[in-house]
Design a protein around this ligand. Sequence first.
Ligand code: SF4
Length: 473
Amino acid sequence: VEAVGQGGSVRPVDYKRGEAPPVPEGAYEPERVQLAAQALCLRANGYQVDEGALWFAGSRRRVVVPITEALVERTREAARELRAAVEAARLPAPLVDSPRCNGCSLAPICLPDELGLLAEGVDEKVELDERLERRLVPARDDGQPLHVLTQGARVGVSGAELVVKLKDQELGRASLPKTSQVSVFGNIQVTTQALRALLQAGTPVAFLSQGGWFYGSAHGMPHGNVFLRRAQYNAIEDPEKALAIVRRLVLVKLRNQRTLIRRNAAEPQAALARIDAAGISAKTAPDIATLRGHEGEGAAAYFSAFGSMLKPPDKLAGFDFHGRNRRPPTDPVNAALSFGYSILCREWATVLATVGLDPLAGFLHQPRHGRPALALDLMEEFRPIIADSVVIGAINTGELSAGEFVTRGNACNLNDAGRRKFLQAWERRLDTLVTHPVFGYRISYRRTFEVQARLFGRYLLGEIAEYPPFVVR
Ligand code: SF4
């Protein structure tokens, strides 16, 4: 706000990154309305405001906007429309094929292209190129996670950087605005100043045991989409909707397990037949308990063939696999799988809280004190293609060796070096670009989690008819 002359009159000044548009008014209507809203706030606090100004950094041009009666009335009308939209408890439908969405900072939340495509209905039998007349572009995601594993380390903040130290030795730095989340494993301190800066920046902090058990996470003030949470709880109480959700989760998980086995197992036929049978039964299962049974049948078939996706024992000592076991895992392969699932659960719990869903209230997984049931639900289809793929790849390439595991009693776990190597392989996997099976654009697995979580929210709110599957071929 700048003073105008000596008479107590002021002028709000708004800064825009782009160029001044070539329109007679000097600025688009939303920009002028925004400025008029600032003028009205100033007037309500006793200031005289006759005009505002917009500074367009792209063209280094200043545009003066008179606060006319017509502009004030349009601004009041926009405020009334906004109030009505809030009271209706529904997000307004996104624009359709609008150039304004390109570069809009809200696009990663609004998902205009994705919702537009889903509103038209998706026929998976039609090839992607035919389905997508217009090329969709995923929103950018430049953030990178920070994992801190060194026991006794301390995460502090200095200016716009996170600084990790062990006593007086600096271990590393990370840009605060470019950090998407922080994970601390075991006895690591996060200073009050760093925690406050992270929460203010909206960057979640996940706390895990040294071995990777996910305790929980800290978030800033929730953005409070109470309607989304209400829709989630209503869906849990709606037997028909809950059954449809669980059926979809189970079927897509089975499809992705099937793909991994088909691509990588030595003799996959028997396991594929059992997974197919579980899928056929799941399609007509009358209730959630029965679906859980079919999900278990599929998992048993999948893990019966899992060992054959690893190199044979004569080429790979120490990684025999004789079936899934956990709590505790008793061999290196199961230890790596358990660590991967715990990290995947942490990823999903964080992303669900970020988009406003309750990570504890799930459909397939029954509620239990402190159990992130919805995170466990929505990560199901990603278990084979993320966690299992990382385990298979890291073991088969020798990135993880038998020396990176430690066994105490009958419990086997990754040691410190093993966890570091696993997390490096994990981050590479999340950065891998894949073609989204529904939207056809190239997108990282990391970004996929948030897109899927937001679409699940839109499905719960009734804005799209189906929660789109993430299946690999
Ligand atoms: S992305 Fe959403 S909020 Fe942004 S311009 Fe498009 S419709 Fe509007």
